[in-house]
Design a protein around this ligand. Structure first.
Ligand SMILES: C[S@@+](CC[C@H](N)C(=O)[O-])C[C@H]1O[C@@H](n2cnc3c(N)ncnc32)[C@H](O)[C@@H]1O
Length: 211
C-alpha cells in the first residue's frame, strides 16, 4: 500500500516505464523477496546518475530481478554497457525477459555467478559501480572494485544504513550488520575515496574515486 508521501513523490517524478512496472509485478508474483527491489525513486536516481556522470561502462553486483539493471542501462549512451552479476541462477529467465521488454538486451551483459570469483583482469574499467549484493561481502566487493574503477568514477552502495543497525546503541553482531559497518568504516577511511551517505530508503552511499 502506497503512503501519501510515496504517492506525492510518484506524481511529481518521471513516470516508471512499462517494463519496470512489469518487472515489479513479476517480482512480487515469482519471488519471495520483493523488498529487495530498489523501487522507482532510487531507480530513477540511478538512471540520472548514469546520465549526469556520462558513464559508458557500468558494473552492478546483485541483479536480483533486473530492476536496477534496467534503470542503470536506461541512462547509458548507445554504445554503453552494464555488466551485472547475479549468483542465483534461478533468476536468469525473469531477468532476461525484463531486459528484453525494456529493449536493452544490447546494453546489458548478464553474468550468472559469484562476483567475488569473477575473472577481472582489467585496470580502471568502470565509470560507475552499483553495489547491491550480499551485505556480508560488501568489504570484499570494495577491495575488488577500487582498482577497476576509473579515476573520477563513482561507486554507489545500497543499504548502508541497514535499518539503523550500524548506529544503534548496541550494534547487532550478525554478519550482515557487521559487513555493512566494516564497509562504511573502510569507505570513510580510504584516502582514494570521497564519501557521502544519503538517507534514501535504507541508505545509499556515494563514493568518488579521486583523480
Ligand atoms: C538486494 S538484491 C539486488 C536488488 C537489485 N539490485 C534491484 O535493485 O532490483 C541482492 C542480490 O544479490 C545477489 N548476490 C548475493 N551475493 C552475490 C555475489 N557474491 N555475486 C553476485 N550476486 C550476488 C543475491 O542473489 C540477490 O539477488
Amino acid at each position: 500500500m502506497e503512503t501519501p508521501e510515496e504517492r506525492y513523490i510518484r506524481e511529481h517524478s518521471e513516470p516508471e516505464s512499462d517494463a519496470l512496472r512489469w518487472i515489479t509485478r513479476e517480482t512480487f508474483l515469482r519471488t519471495h523477496y520483493p523488498r529487495m527491489l530498489c523501487g522507482p525513486v532510487q531507480g530513477r536516481l540511478l538512471t540520472l546518475l548514469v546520465q549526469v556522470t556520462g558513464a559508458r561502462r557500468v558494473l552492478e553486483i546483485g541483479t536480483f530481478t533486473g530492476y536496477a539493471t534496467v534503470c542503470l542501462a536506461s541512462g547509458l549512451p548507445e554504445d554503453g554497457v552494464v555488466d551485472t552479476y547475479e549468483i542465483d541462477e534461478e533468476r536468469e529467465s525473469l531477468i532476461r525477459e525484463g531486459i528484453s521488454r525494456a529493449g536493452l538486451s544490447g546494453r546489458i551483459n548478464l553474468h550468472i555467478g559469484d562476483f567475488l570469483k569473477a575473472d577481472l583482469n582489467e585496470d580502471e574499467t568502470y565509470d560507475l559501480v552499483y553495489i547491491d549484493g550480499n551485505k556480508r561481502e560488501y568489504p570484499a566487493y570494495l577491495q575488488r572494485i577500487v582498482p577497476i574503477l576509473k579515476s573520477g568514477g563513482l561507486i554507489l552502495a545500497d543499504d548502508t544504513l541497514w535499518d539503523g543497525k550500524p548506529f544503534a546503541e548496541t550494534v547487532p553482531e550478525d554478519a550482515q550488520t557487521q559487513g555493512i559497518c566494516r564497509f562504511n568504516e573502510l569507505a570513510a577511511a580510504d584516502p582514494h575515496l570521497e564519501a557521502v551517505i544519503l538517507p534514501l530508503r535504507h541508505g545509499l552511499t556515494l563514493l568518488r574515486k579521486k583523480r
